[in-house]
Design a protein around this ligand. Structure first.
Ligand SMILES: *[C@@H]1O[C@H](CO)[C@@H](O)[C@H](O)[C@H]1NC(C)=O
Length: 414
C-alpha cells in the first residue's frame, strides 16, 4: 500500500477553468502493485462534508461523507469513524488498470487535493526451449504496443500494436503472431528471440508488463547448471572413494591388532601361577578353554583374507603352542590332575596329525603361494618336532611312573 503526503509530491499549479476562482492544488502520484489495495490520502482537515471525485469530471463521485454517514462505490471504501476523526482517506480495495485515474478530494468548494494512481509495471521472467510458443497477456485497455528489445541492443523497436482487438505486426512477425484475446502468441521461439517484450499502454504512455524471455537451444541438451551439478556429484563421489581407500585398510589393520591383543591377553590369563590352589587351577582351566576357543574363532575369521591370513595363522600357531606349554605345566605342578595332562597330550597328538595331513596335501595346493607354503612348512616342522619331543618326554615319564607303580604293587603283594 502506498501513501502520499504533500512532502513527497511534486507541486503542480493548476488553474481550474470550471471553478469560479483559481485554486492551487498538489498532484500526488501513487503507484501500487496490480490487484493490491491502496489508500489515497487527502491533505485537508475538513469539518464539513467531503467528496472523492474524478479530477477531470467532478460529477463522477466515488465516495462521500457527512456528519451522519459515508457512502462509496463498489471497490472503494471510506470509513465514517475515520472521517469523524479528521482522516478523509479513500481506500481502493484491489487496484486494476481501470482504476488508473487522477482522484480529487474536495473539502468545500475551494479546497481540493489531487492524487493520481498508477500501477507498477509487472515484470515476468520467461525461460523456454526453442520451438515453444510465447504468450503475452494483454489484459489491459487498448491501445497498446509491443516493444521488443534484444539482449545486446540499447533501444527497443515496436513490433506490434493492438487497437480495437486487432493485431498489427511488422512484416517479419505477421506469420508467427496471432491474437486470441487476451493473448498475443508468438510461435516457435528461437534463441535469437531472447530479450525483453514490453506491453505499453500508448494512451497513458505506461509500461504495463515486461516479459524477459530467454530461449535455450534444444541441441545444448543439459543446461549449464545441470553440468555443474553432475560435476559436483562426481567430485563428491570420487572424494568419498579416495577417503574410503585411504581409511578402510587402515581400519582393518586396527581391528586385527585389537583382536590379536585381546587373544594375547586371554592366553596370558591362562598362564599358571606359582601358588596354584585347586580353585585357581579350575579357573585357569576355564581360561585355557576360552583362549583356545578365541584362537579358533580368529583363525576361522581370517582364513579367507588375502592380506592377513598368513599372519593370523602364524599368530594362532604360536599362541596354541604357548597354551600347550601351560597345559603341561599344570600337569607337572599339580601331580594328580592327569585328566588335563592327558588332554594336553591328546591335543598335541591331534595337532601333529593335522600338521602332517597339511604337509601331505599342501604341496599341491594352488591357492597357497610358494612363499607362504615355505613359511608354513617350516613352522609346522618345528611345531611337530616340539610336540613329538614333549609327547616322548611325557611317555618316558609315564613309563617310569608305570614301572614304579608295578614295583610298589609287587613289593606290597610280596
Ligand atoms: C491465454 O493463455 C493462457 C496461458 O498463458 C491460457 O491459460 C488461456 O487459456 C489463454 N486464453 C486464450 C483465450 O487463449
Amino acid at each position: 500500500m502506498q501513501s502520499c503526503s504533500i512532502h513527497h509530491c511534486v507541486l503542480f499549479f493548476l488553474t481550474l477553468t470550471f471553478t469560479t476562482a483559481p485554486v492551487s492544488a498538489a498532484v500526488c502520484s501513487t503507484t501500487v502493485k496490480l490487484h493490491q489495495s491502496v489508500t489515497l490520502s487527502c491533505e485537508y482537515k475538513c469539518s464539513g462534508s467531503v467528496k472523492w471525485t474524478l479530477f477531470n469530471n467532478r460529477d463522477v463521485v466515488f465516495a462521500r461523507c457527512d456528519q451522519t454517514s459515508c457512502s462509496s462505490l463498489e471497490g472503494y471504501e471510506i470509513s465514517h469513524d475515520q472521517y469523524l476523526k479528521g482522516d478523509l482517506s479513500l481506500t481502493i480495495t484491489a487496484a486494476d488498470y481501470s482504476k488508473r485515474n487522477t482522484y480529487s478530494c474536495e473539502c468545500r468548494i475551494s479546497e481540493i487535493s489531487t492524487v493520481s494512481l498508477s500501477i507498477e509495471t509487472v515484470i515476468s521472467a520467461v525461460q523456454m526451449k526453442s520451438g515453444k510458443d510465447l504468450i503475452l497477456d494483454l489484459s489491459v485497455p487498448e491501445p497498446v504496443e509491443v516493444i521488443y528489445k534484444s539482449r545486446d541492443s540499447a533501444d527497443g523497436e515496436q513490433i506490434c500494436t493492438v487497437t480495437q482487438r486487432s493485431l498489427q505486426c511488422k512484416a517479419e512477425y505477421t506469420h508467427r503472431t496471432s491474437l486470441s484475446h487476451p493473448n498475443i502468441t508468438l510461435r516457435d521461439v528461437q534463441p535469437s528471440d531472447s530479450g525483453s517484450y514490453t506491453i505499453r499502454d500508448t494512451e497513458n504512455n505506461e509500461d504495463i508488463q515486461i516479459y524477459t524471455l530467454s530461449v535455450e537451444d534444444e541441441q545444448s541438451g543439459i543446461p549449464v547448471w545441470g553440468i555443474i551439478v553432475i560435476v559436483l556429484i562426481l567430485l563428491a563421489g570420487l572424494t568419498g572413494v579416495l577417503i574410503y581407500l585411504k581409511i578402510a585398510p587402515h581400519q582393518e589393520f586396527i581391528k586385527l591388532s585389537r583382536q590379536l591383543q585381546s587373544v594375547d591377553k586371554l592366553v596370558k590369563q591362562a598362564q599358571p601361577s606359582q601358588e596354584q590352589g585347586n580353585k585357581s587351577f579350575n579357573m585357569t582351566g576355564a581360561a585355557l578353554k576360552k583362549a583356545e576357543k578365541e584362537i579358533d574363532k580368529l583363525e576361522q575369521q581370517y582364513s579367507e583374507n588375502s592380506k592377513y591370513s598368513e599372519q593370523v595363522w602364524l599368530f594362532c600357531k604360536a599362541k596354541r603352542s604357548e597354551l600347550n606349554k601351560y597345559r603341561l605345566q599344570y600337569s607337572c605342578e599339580e601331580g594328580g590332575l592327569l585328566l588335563t595332562e592327558r588332554e594336553g597330550i591328546m591335543r598335541m597328538t591331534e595337532e601333529v596329525m593335522n600338521s602332517l595331513q597339511q604337509l601331505r596335501g599342501g604341496a599341491g595346493q594352488e591357492q597357497v603361494t610358494s612363499s607362504k607354503s615355505t613359511t608354513m612348512m617350516d613352522e609346522m616342522e618345528n611345531q611337530v618336532e616340539k610336540h613329538l619331543e614333549e609327547i616322548e618326554k611325557w611317555c618316558g615319564e609315564r613309563r617310569v611312573e608305570l614301572k614304579d607303580l608295578i614295583q610298589q604293587h609287587r613289593a606290597g603283594a610280596v
